[in-house]
Ligand binder design. Structure first.
Ligand SMILES: Nc1ncnc2c1ncn2[C@@H]1O[C@H](COP(=O)(O)OP(=O)(O)OP(=O)(O)O)[C@@H](O)[C@H]1O
Length: 254
């Protein structure tokens, strides 16, 4: 199988990029896949969310992008069998500016990934909530994009900007970049609004919306503070079931 590299991207904040990156990664490992989760968000929530203590880190993805440290030297094991992680810490915020002065600044992550790619079936990149150079690095390295969309007011806001960015990336940096799908998140079946948003998003992305819709589930919001993905934190929760469904749907699509 050729390694698939997914960028989980949406410049809108709090739409469940990190929740999706962690739990999709973990559920793919349950299906026997080898997964590398790359935290590209300076908040480092994907890092702490899989149980890595950020204060103890000596290196992170920042050193790969800025100091040319080989990626394999930054990869860490997690408690989840089959899941490894490239951690991020707050200093990564500086990379957004420091990268500006570098040669082939959008291709840094792609080049870094090249040497480890064959060790994994999936590399899943958690993007920050912006369309700056970090996200451009993820989109340049990716084979596919997954776009989480929160079932809330203004769900579609900013999507045109995101689509324009994807178009520019295809034109100049990564011609084969594919949209794997849009993922509806934090769905609350009791509200008409959520139902309306689902319809609108389906119109906006014909045939691209994942069948799996992630409901609001309190276990999903608790899991990161325990440093665990949902399938280890509460394997029988609705959240675990849904991200397992998503993992299967992703396998159908690739
Ligand atoms: N299905 C869900 N049910 C309940 N809470 C959720 C769900 N998905 C995500 N959350 C919570 O919503 C918040 C935002 O989620 P998350 O951090 O995954 O979004 P994000 O897009 O990565 O955010 P940012 O833009 O800041 O990087 C978190 O507190 C998370 O625990």
């Amino acid at each position: 199988m050729i390694t698939k590299v997914f960028a989980v991207a949406n410049q809108k904040g709090g739409v469940a990029k990190t929740t999706t990156a962690i739990n999709l990664s973990a559920c793919l490992t349950e299906l026997g896949k080898r997964v590398l989760l790359v935290d590209l968000d300076p908040q480092g929530n994907a890092t702490s969310g899989v149980g890595i203590i950020k204060q103890k880190l000596t290196r992170c993805i920042y050193d790969v992008l800025i100091n040319d440290i080989p990626l394999e030297q930054v990869i860490m094991k997690t408690e989840q069998k089959g899941l490894k992680v490239v951690p991020a810490r707050i200093e990564l915020a500086g990379a957004e500016i420091e990268l500006v002065a570098q040669n082939s600044r959008e291709g840094k992550l792609r080049n870094a990934i090249e040497s480890v790619k064959d060790d994994y079936d999936f590399i899943i990149i958690d993007c920050p909530p912006s369309l700056g150079l970090l996200t451009l690095n993820a989109l340049t390295a990716a084979t596919d994009v997954i776009i989480p969309i929160q079932c809330e007011y203004y769900a579609l806001e900013g999507l045109t900007l995101l689509m324009n960015t994807l178009e520019r990336v295809r034109k100049h940096l990564n011609p084969n970049l594919n949209i794997l799908g849009a993922l509806l998140t934090m769905f609350d079946a009791r509200t008409n609004l959520a139902i309306q948003v689902v319809d609108e998003v389906k119109k906006y992305f014909p045939r691209k919306v994942f069948r799996t819709i992630v409901p609001r589930n309190v276990r999903l919001s608790e899991a990161p503070s325990h440093g665990k993905a949902i399938n280890t934190y509460d394997s029988r929760s609705r959240g675990a079931e849904v991200y397992r469904d998503l993992a299967k749907e992703v396998l159908e699509r690739v």
